[in-house]
Write a protein that binds this ligand. Structure first.
Ligand code: NAD
Length: 344
């Protein structure tokens, strides 16, 4: 039996990607919608074959407790609202899938992990790239030795943010600028493909406060992650330059390029060595549908998801250190953390 999800927040991601993806998912379906505008919710309900009673306003959110068919609550709200809704869902006994970044900072995110543990429900951070065949092929190439000993990595994730009124540019709603919104993809993917955790970080950021978009958050951040054996990743993220999303890994015997690396579709992987270039291809897939399927299967089996809440906390620990480094102009050392086991 498929697992019913309630989608909370009917913004661009939910409407354009998640709800359509759930329709092609093997193990999940959308059982309810929670929206700020009742009418919008009802219109979407009709469009997606749900009935009016499946549509809730934020004020009616707690009514999901009386819906045994809703086994998972998927939080797709501005970042500052994640903790409140994760907590309320967990206290109803619902499993929770939460969009990235998990919270506003490491403490906020850790509280979500604790609350879900206490309530005995699963918490998954929605890191879609970690469910994507192209990203697993990159990870296999890096960890399987295809590139030889890995030495250097670089990644860029840049998206233009033009509207100064958008919640993404409000510190109290977003927690930061491009770093927690798009730079997090570079950070998370570098950790994912190497399977390593950084030992230190160094960051510099630019915030032109005269530009009304960047009164509260940074326009750009550039940072280094230092791993064991002198391996270094250089990452750039920005809301102010031409849109770009790339990942490059350089080893002793070869290199890997993903470009685009973080889009919803059309990811392109190129492996280069003295022998030439190869570009692996993959059967067609939908990243969001794979993500839904993974969590639905975890709910049925009781197994922890591959990207649990703790994975979201670890990115926050690193992002907190990056902001500290950008403020102080100094290298910030990180505590050693336990690495994860592969899920396949
Ligand atoms: P959005 O602005 O398109 O939608 C936000 C939703 O929250 C809307 O339905 C809006 O009505 C509701 N909302 C409630 N209170 C609000 C408030 N005070 N201000 C603004 N909106 C409010 O945002 P989005 O792009 O759907 O992002 C939502 C979450 O999803 C964020 O955490 C974001 O980081 C994440 N996201 C993830 C991906 C991905 O690829 N995984 C892509 C985009 C967004």
């Amino acid at each position: 039996q498929r697992v019913g999800f309630a989608i909370v927040g009917l913004g661009k991601l939910s409407v354009q990607e998640l709800i359509p993806a759930a329709r092609t998912s093997e193990h999940a379906y959308v059982a309810a919608l929670v929206s700020s505008e009742e009418d919008k919710g009802e219109a979407f309900a009709r469009a997606f074959d749900l009935s009016e009673s499946d549509v809730y306003t934020y004020d009616e959110f707690d009514g999901l407790a009386d819906r045994p068919d809703v086994e998972v609550v998927y939080i797709v709200l501005p970042n500052s609202m994640h903790r409140e809704y994760v907590t309320r869902a967990a206290k109803m006994g619902k499993h929770v899938l939460c969009e990235k970044p998990l919270g506003m900072n490491a403490r906020d995110a850790q509280e979500m992990v604790d609350v879900c543990k206490e309530a005995g429900v699963l918490l998954m951070t929605a890191y879609r790239c970690q469910y994507t065949p192209a990203h697993w092929a990159a990870r296999d190439a890096v960890q399987g030795g295809t590139l030889g000993k890995v030495k250097l990595l670089d990644s860029m994730h840049v998206q233009v943010e033009d509207d100064p009124t958008v919640w993404r540019l409000k510190k109290e709603l977003a927690g930061g600028g491009p770093l927690p919104d798009v730079g997090i993809y570079s950070l998370n993917t570098v950790r994912f493909v190497t399977g390593q955790e950084p030992e230190w970080v160094f960051a510099t950021m630019h915030q032109p406060k005269k530009d009304k978009r960047f009164k509260e958050v940074e326009e750009s951040m550039s940072f280094m992650l230092g791993f064991a054996d002198g391996v270094v990743a250089n990452i750039h993220t920005s809301y102010g330059a031409f849109k770009t999303d790339t990942l490059r890994v350089m080893g002793e015997d070869g290199s890997l390029l993903m470009d685009p690396a973080f889009k919803y579709e059309g990811l392109q992987l190129t492996l280069s060595s003295e022998a030439g270039k190869t570009m692996p291809t993959f059967p067609s897939y939908d990243q969001f549908s794979l993500e839904f399927d993974h969590f639905a299967q975890c709910v049925r089996s009781g197994k922890q998801p591959w990207t649990p809440g703790e994975e979201g906390v670890q990115d926050h620990v690193i992002m907190d250190a990056l902001y500290e480094s950008a403020r102080s102009g100094k290298v910030v050392k990180l505590k050693a953390v336990k690495k994860r086991d592969a899920f396949r």
